[in-house]
Design a protein around this ligand. Structure first.
Ligand SMILES: [Zn+2]
Length: 622
């Protein structure tokens, strides 16, 4: 949504809504110029005045124009078009241009076929532009979600020939809002399209449109318009309006428009109104957008990363007083984090044209000082903090809490650094003959996010020699689950782990008590699978005895005991002490350690015993 330092939507409306503590010199005149009215009159002026009426004036959508030109030239008119793209990118504008292109009869009224360059002066062109053509109907699906409306206005109406135009055109905006029933009704019409009827659908959420409908449409993805293209467009409009505007001011507007011509034009309108008879300056636009001076955001980031909390809080208060929303400040910090991280990762290739000179200089300087893990941590904390701030009733307080946390961890090592540091110290100390626990390096990374493959832990307890021999004739529930996984029966395997309480297992026979929510056909499926997989008849019986815990339960118990034991080891204790509130989320083995462990388990059993007993033995995922 928001661009670098940009506030995404209608900033002039958000800034009065977020109370500014100490008033603001730049915003007040704006508010005065457009008293109370949420949509000031100038908005309509530019966006309407420069609304494209032909494909040539449609900026940034060359691909669409080329495809349509070719299609029209060869007389291939689709029955339905699907226009998709983000808000404000020009979907309905494009739809209207297509409607005109289909129906233009030329200035002399003699044209008999669609044209890629509608004249704009004939009756049809004018009526469509003014939204009063009887054969071009625009429907907002967001307000016509009922099947009845679509049936009446579109499907019934489509059966009649156009009154005066060449094609009857139905423009359905936000088509993804239609109900399933409405889509089904529509689909019938699309399957046997009436002659001389064209549907133009527009949507911001293409994934919500049923594939059956999509497959009957010619689809166009309208691109988000690049900031540079927008800025050039606005420069041209400003020139035509006789308004002097600083290039940086236009660049700021283009960035805040976030790919939408329309949004940017409304901002330009406001900037012009704000400037009065004077030039549109970058400073004024920045104030209007509620943006803190960008260099101040960089100052804030630097203060945070250096742990200078008081300075950081002052800077936040200053931005807030200038009308910046606390959430926007956090977004700006995210953008700075991103810019610095990019600079760190790819060096000078990270320089983007959207950056000012000063930022181009500052990003690499900061990148030199900060490590990737530290930047990653800042990113995570800001993201989380932004979500919190957006939910908070007191947004400023919430944002302050985020900054305090950030400044607080600034001088803390990342977990990775800490482990390395402790290991370094530990092994130096352990060089003494004292029989200290060997190899803290054998401890798997703690506090790392739970791995997706936690299910795989189930296969652990199989003795190594049994594992090889037992695959064709499973003897334990673990064997059976592993066999199912190995043969690609993943759903069965997960059912076995979650729902089977084993009562008795012998070769060719298994008795279990299913969990209450087990699939009904679990027993027959299991029997069929085992019989097929082992080449021997298996009987599967449901028992009323309590049975042993399920594999999933055992995994959980194992994880709990692992966690409890890990928490007692000196290294992990040190980590937990260093990060108050940290918990061990899951215990996972690191690949490098696994190899070490296997070697260790065979050659030097003691080495592996200290932290890992059999319950801790790393799994071999089958
Ligand atoms: Zn025309």
């Amino acid at each position: 949504m928001s661009d670098l330092f940009g506030t995404p939507s209608d900033p002039p409306q958000t800034s009065p809504a977020s109370p500014s503590l100490f008033g603001d010199s730049l915003l007040r005149p704006a508010a005065a110029a457009t008293p109370a009215a949420p949509s000031p009159p100038p908005y309509r002026v530019l966006a309407r005045k420069y609304r494209p009426h032909s494909f040539e004036s449609l900026i940034g959508q060359e691909g669409l124009v080329r495809t349509l030109t070719n299609a029209f030239a060869s007389g291939r008119i689709a029955h339905a078009y699907m226009l998709t793209g983000v808000r404000g990118v020009g979907k309905t504008t494009t739809a209207r241009i297509i409607a005109r292109a289909l129906n233009c009869i030329g200035p002399d009224g003699q044209r008999t076929s669609p044209t890629i360059s509608p004249c704009g002066v004939c009756d049809n062109c004018r009526a469509i532009a003014e939204d009063r053509h009887p054969d071009v109907l625009e429907i907002d699906a967001a307000s016509n979600t009922g099947v009845q409306n679509v049936r009446e206005t579109v499907i019934e109406g489509a059966r009649y020939a156009p009154l005066s135009a060449r094609y009857k055109v139905y423009i359905v905006d936000e088509v993804h809002m239609l109900s399933t029933a409405a889509f089904n009704a529509l689909l019938k019409t699309l399957e046997e399209p009436p002659p001389r009827v064209v549907f133009i659908f527009a949507t911001t959420e293409i994934r919500k449109v049923p594939v059956t409908v999509l497959s009957r449409c010619q689809r166009f993805d309208l691109r988000r318009i690049p900031a540079a293209t927008l800025a050039a467009h606005y420069a041209e409009i400003a020139a035509r309006e006789g308004v002097v505007a600083e290039p940086e001011a236009l660049a700021l507007i283009a960035r805040a428009a976030d790919g939408s011509v329309r949004d940017g034009l409304s901002l330009l309108d406001q900037a012009i109104a704000l400037a009065g008879d004077g030039p549109v300056t970058a400073e004024a636009v920045r104030g209007m957008l509620g943006l803190a001076d960008r260099s101040r955001v960089w100052d804030l980031f630097e203060a945070l990363m250096a742990g200078r909390l008081a300075e950081a809080l002052d800077l936040l208060a200053e931005a807030h007083a200038a009308g910046a929303d606390p959430g926007v400040v956090l977004q700006d910090l995210l953008a700075v984090t991103h810019a610095v991280t990019r600079s760190k990762a790819v060096g000078s290739a990270a320089v983007s044209s959207a950056m000012t000179e000063e930022e181009r200089a500052r990003a690499p300087r900061l990148a030199e000082r900060l490590s990737l893990p530290v930047l990653g941590r800042a990113w995570q904390m800001l993201l989380k903090g932004l979500a919190e701030t957006n939910e908070a009733t007191d947004r400023l307080a919430a944002a302050e809490m985020v900054l305090i946390r950030l400044a607080h961890v600034a001088d803390l090592p990342t977990p990775g650094e800490l482990v390395r540091r402790l290991i370094g110290e530990g092994s130096a100390a352990n060089a003494a003959p004292a029989p200290s626990p060997p190899g803290p390096s054998r401890i798997p990374a703690a506090g790392t996010p739970r791995s997706a493959g936690s299910h795989a832990v189930a296969a652990v307890a199989v003795p190594a020699e049994a594992k090889v021999a037992s695959l064709p004739s499973p003897r334990s529930l673990e064997d059976i689950a592993a066999l199912a996984s190995a043969q690609g029966e993943l759903r069965l395997a997960s059912s076995i782990r979650a729902f089977v309480r084993p009562v008795r297992i012998a070769e060719g026979h298994i008795e279990f008590r299913p969990e209450p929510d087990a699939p009904r056909d679990l027993a027959p499926r299991l029997a069929a699978f085992l019989t097929k997989a082992t080449g021997r008849r298996w009987t599967v019986a449901i028992s009323t005895e309590a049975g042993a815990p399920t594999l999933a339960e055992r995994d959980r118990l194992r994880q709990d005991s692992l966690r409890a034991r890990l928490a007692q080891t000196p290294l992990v204790r040190a980590i937990l002490d260093a990060f108050p509130g940290a918990t061990i989320a899951a215990v996972r083995e690191a690949p490098a350690m696994a190899a070490q462990l296997h070697a260790g388990a065979a050659g030097d059993p003691e080495a592996a015993d200290v932290v890992f007993d059999d319950a801790l033995e790393p799994e071999d995922t089958p």
